[in-house]
Design a protein around this ligand. Structure first.
Ligand SMILES: Cc1cc2nc3c(=O)[nH]c(=O)nc-3n(C[C@H](O)[C@H](O)[C@H](O)COP(=O)(O)O)c2cc1C
Length: 324
């Protein structure tokens, strides 16, 4: 997620078993073939064997663009740099991106979605998988199925569907039943996305969409153990207890420790507040802490306000062993 889930966050989120794969923030492709440093900045995991997080979860590089030739050139560049999977973004609702003909704006014309996916699929051949992410449309859902079929016909090997149109932004609800209509018609795996914040949401999204897999976005920031929670339930039929504040505080402290070695303190301070802001949507203690620290400018003062304990182990060890 652009500006939110970078390599450090991916590392922290995948330390507990739960995620099968992750995706980078999008690399914006306009017309030129971008230099290697851009790909490495978005995907430092390229330097690791297999392009995985330190815990071994594969990471796909995401491209966002409209021009098939430019996308193909950048796909080849990514392949040369060792990418093990490429994802194409047709979901971004940002006005600036859409005005410059990228992200969800392509959903107005399934032929353009097809051309973009085909160009990338041909560029990488059968060396690495190409996948795609769409919303249900731009202003309405009339072209949802046509766009989904376009990705499949052009060679996408998996499709993530965010169950809203571009104009619906992030307003609830996500229309999981619409994802189901797409899932019924496609032969490639379809992954349901949107508004999965809890284990109960996961059940409903699976039931209404019929999809086997889901993609977590903001829910994984609000509760960094949501993926583990889902996995644990799949494996045992049991619910993990709610995520305690000490575990949230610890992950924020770990985040600060990793980020401050490379980023200015004011940036790290802003990033921690951003993550805490996601946590407070679903947790009362995080909401209280956010109110208490939101005006602090010093990183150490902010961390003191979060009071991370010396050692916090979460989930309980017995649970980790069961889900491994
Ligand atoms: C701040 C922000 C940045 C995002 N950046 C990306 C991105 O770079 N690529 C992408 O495919 N989706 C991106 N998304 C969309 C999410 O991946 C996801 O589809 C959307 O938030 C709905 O799922 P959720 O309700 O689980 O968050 C972004 C969402 C947000 C809120």
């Amino acid at each position: 997620m652009e500006g939110v889930i970078d390599a450090v966050t991916r590392d922290l989120l995948t330390r507990t078993p739960g995620f099968d794969w992750g995706v980078t923030e999008f690399v914006r492709v306009v017309d030129a073939c971008l230099p290697p440093r851009v790909f490495h900045r978005h995907c430092p995991e390229l330097a690791r064997p297999g392009v995985t997080t330190p815990s071994g979860v594969p990471v796909q590089l995401q491209l966002l663009g409209a021009d098939p030739e430019a996308l193909a050139a950048n796909a080849r560049q990514a392949l040369r740099l060792g990418a093990t999977g490429l994802d194409l973004n047709f979901g971004c609702p940002a006005k600036l991106v859409n005005r410059h003909d990228g992200g969800a704006s392509l959903l107005r014309d399934p032929r353009r979605v097809h051309a973009a996916v085909l160009a990338v699929s041909r560029a990488v051949g059968d060396e690495i998988p190409v996948t795609a992410k769409i919303r249900l449309g731009f202003s309405d859902r009339r072209l949802a199925l046509a766009c989904a079929l376009a990705t499949q016909d052009a060679g996408a090997q998996r499709l993530v569907v965010h169950g809203r149109t571009r104009d619906e932004g992030y307003r609830p609800p996500a229309h999981w039943e619409w994802i189901g209509r797409i899932h019924q018609r496609l032969s490639i795996p379809v992954v349901a996305n949107g508004d999965i914040w809890t284990l109960e949401d996961y059940w409903k999204a699976r039931t209404l969409s019929g999809c086997r897999d889901v993609m977590l976005g903001r829910g994984a920031l609000a509760d960094p153990w949501l993926a583990a929670r889902i996995r644990h339930w799949q494996a045992t039929g049991e619910r993990l207890p709610g995520t305690p504040w000490r575990a949230r505080a610890q992950i924020l402290a770990d985040f600060a420790a990793l980020q401050r070695s490379t980023l200015p303190e004011r940036v790290v301070t802003a990033l921690i507040k951003q993550w805490l802001n996601h946590m407070r949507q679903r947790d009362d203690e995080a909401a209280r802490r956010f109110q208490a620290v939101k005006r602090l400018r010093e990183l150490d003062a902010l961390l003191a306000g979060l009071e991370p304990p010396a050692a916090a182990t979460w989930p309980p060890l017995s649970v980790r062993a069961e889900t491994a």
